[in-house]
Design a protein. Structure first.
Length: 261
């Protein structure tokens, strides 16, 4: 690549308010600070620093000690630290499980975790029959329209389920479930069956089957799924695929339990 090409491929300039908010969090990670110190760190007026800090405070990323006290990192930061630590563990041990399953099933296998009303794919492996080049790692998908999402929601807390159903259930294809009561019934059956299916609910022609990865306390810590074209991953394959996925889910749960010792 020529120097002229390099010169045109520059990263976009950082968003100033976001950059400043991150600087505040980095400062508070080192020490408590007041508005005057934060403003000095940012090189801005105290009123600007105050607006940024109170925005972070409203999201519980920052907390204040006393009415006019100093600021420190808030408990809301635990949402990120816990999620990152958990996902890194799952990624580390999920990859080999995905690869083994993908080899046996010949389909694309994913491990996903629940994040509010969405599902995030954290590991993926493609089987010998998989022809699609789409990479789902790191992508957020709507839980109500995916097999992994439904497998996770079937074992989710009532609060998590209520959060999803409080919003609109967006339609992605004519087969997407958009009625809250119908989804509740599907999730109830999913919990009873121990697996979830998604037949052309997210994309036309795409089928997926998923099972939960159950951790201590019978909580669903992740879901593991197989996805492929409708003509190949047919409903007739459900028993075979579910059996393999359950084996993989137990393997993943065992590895996670060993890692946490």
């Amino acid at each position: 690549m020529s120097n002229s090409q390099h010169s045109t491929e520059r990263e976009p300039a950082p968003v100033q308010s976001v950059d400043r908010a991150i600087t505040i969090l980095e400062l508070l990670a080192r020490t408590e600070a007041g508005i005057t110190e934060i403003a000095a760190e940012l090189g801005v007026h105290k009123s600007t620093a105050s607006r940024l800090v109170h925005t972070l405070k409203a999201r519980r990323l920052v907390e204040q000690h006393g009415e006019r006290g100093r600021f420190s990192l808030g408990m809301g930061m635990m949402r990120f630290t816990g999620a990152v630590a958990g996902q890194l563990d799952i990624v580390q041990i999920g990859n080999p499980v995905c690869e083994e399953l993908a080899e046996r099933l010949g389909e694309t296998v994913n491990v996903a975790v629940l994040d509010a009303t969405d599902t995030i794919n954290v590991s993926q492996a493609r089987g010998s029959s998989a022809v699609a080049a789409q990479n789902w790692i790191g992508q957020r998908t709507p839980s109500h329209a995916t097999a992994s999402g439904k497998a996770l929601l079937a074992l989710a807390s009532p609060e998590e389920l209520d959060e999803l159903l409080a919003g609109e259930l967006v339609s992605y294809t004519p087969r997407t479930i958009t009625d809250a009561e119908e989804l509740r019934e599907v999730l109830k059956k999913t919990a009873e069956d121990g697996y979830a299916t998604c037949f052309e609910e997210l994309e036309p022609g795409l089928h997926a089957i998923a099972v939960p990865v159950v951790g201590p306390g019978d909580d669903a810590v992740a879901a593991i799924s197989a996805a492929g074209p409708a003509y190949r991953l047919s409903k007739k394959r459900i028993p075979e695929v579910v059996e393999e996925l359950r084996r993989g889910a137990r393997d993943l749960a065992d590895r996670m339990a060993y890692l946490s010792r």
